[in-house]
Design a protein around this ligand. Structure first.
Ligand code: SAH
Ligand code: ADE
Length: 265
């Protein structure tokens, strides 16, 4: 338990701007190459939603952080999107983007890229407006609590997304598995879950903060999903090319899983 407290303390120094700079600017965000990590993530998400299987009223994103890229393909398929994060600074960064405040991070290259790969001829401004309107709640969360949202969210969500959160906030493997079980209670039986995360990473930097990460392998993720009652529909991995190893973490790759919570027996 004390190590979960230590993780919480290490996040007090998390700097959203530095995190965005490290992971969501070039070279990691190079839209001219589909082999680059950011376009790879966006394609995984776009293709999952293009199956037409993932839709409903409410989608919840676990550990949204200061980023919205993970919601761009989702927003066409849900009435309402709930963002969540442990840190007030990240919830504030999100609020500023939703309200279109001038110093917000510029997600427009992401929105344009997603419109392009979805190939539906949607104008990027249209998508930006849609996501801003659908992002109706930005809630505090702690995935280490049996009820991660406290008393909020009485109805389980129709679908769930989580990117780079569980391994980055869990001090060890048992706590990753428990956190996955905790967030699974927020998803209705039969609901779809898109999970993206770091493979074999032990740390990442976000300004002054050096965050510890529990190193996970593909097989661990598959096993944890099965143990938490999911059926896996798609699983993909990306190998981090040498040119994207830029000293901000020691990640070896990225995984993407499309899973579905088994319906009640
Ligand atoms: N989803 C974003 C951010 C991931 S960084 C992305 O894809 O880049 C990890 C995030 O987990 C941070 O925003 C951090 O504030 C959040 N976090 C830290 N402790 C947490 C906890 N106990 N429960 C939920 N989220 C937590
Ligand atoms: N992208 C976002 N978060 C990341 C992390 N912790 N490691 C590698 N890539 C990331």
């Amino acid at each position: 338990m004390s190590s979960i407290i230590a993780v919480g303390e290490s996040y007090q120094k998390f700097n959203p701007r530095a995190y965005l700079q490290n992971n969501y600017m070039p070279p990691r965000a190079d839209f001219s190459s589909e082999d680059c990590v950011v376009p790879w993530k966006l394609r995984c998400l776009a293709e999952a939603f293009a199956t037409g299987k993932i839709h409903g009223h409410t989608l919840i994103d676990i550990g949204t952080g200061p980023t919205i890229y993970q919601l761009l393909s989702a927003c066409d398929h849900f009435e309402e999107i709930i963002a969540t994060d442990y840190l007030a600074v990240n919830r504030e960064v999100l609020r500023r983007w939703v309200q279109g405040e001038p110093d917000a991070f510029d997600w427009s290259p992401y929105i344009k890229h997603v419109c392009r790969i979805e190939g539906k001829g949607e104008q990027w401004k249209e998508k930006e407006k849609k996501l801003r309107e659908k992002l109706k709640q930005i809630l505090p969360i702690d995935v280490h609590q049996p009820k991660p949202l406290g008393s909020e969210l009485c109805h389980p969500a129709d679908a769930m997304v989580s990117t780079f959160c569980l391994e980055a906030v869990s001090p060890d493997w048992p706590s990753f598995e428990r956190a996955l079980q905790n967030i699974t209670t927020l998803l209705k039986p039969g609901g779809h879950f898109l999970l993206i995360g770091a493979l074999e990473e032990s740390f990442y930097l976000a300004g002054e903060a050096k965050l510890s990460v529990v190193p996970v392998r593909e097989a661990d993720v598959k096993e944890a999903l099965a143990k938490s009652g999911y059926q896996i529909h798609d699983f993909r991995s990306y190998v981090m090319p040498p040119g994207l190893k830029i000293g901000v973490d020691d990640v070896s790759g990225v995984f993407f899983a499309h899973a579905q919570k088994k319906p009640m027996a």
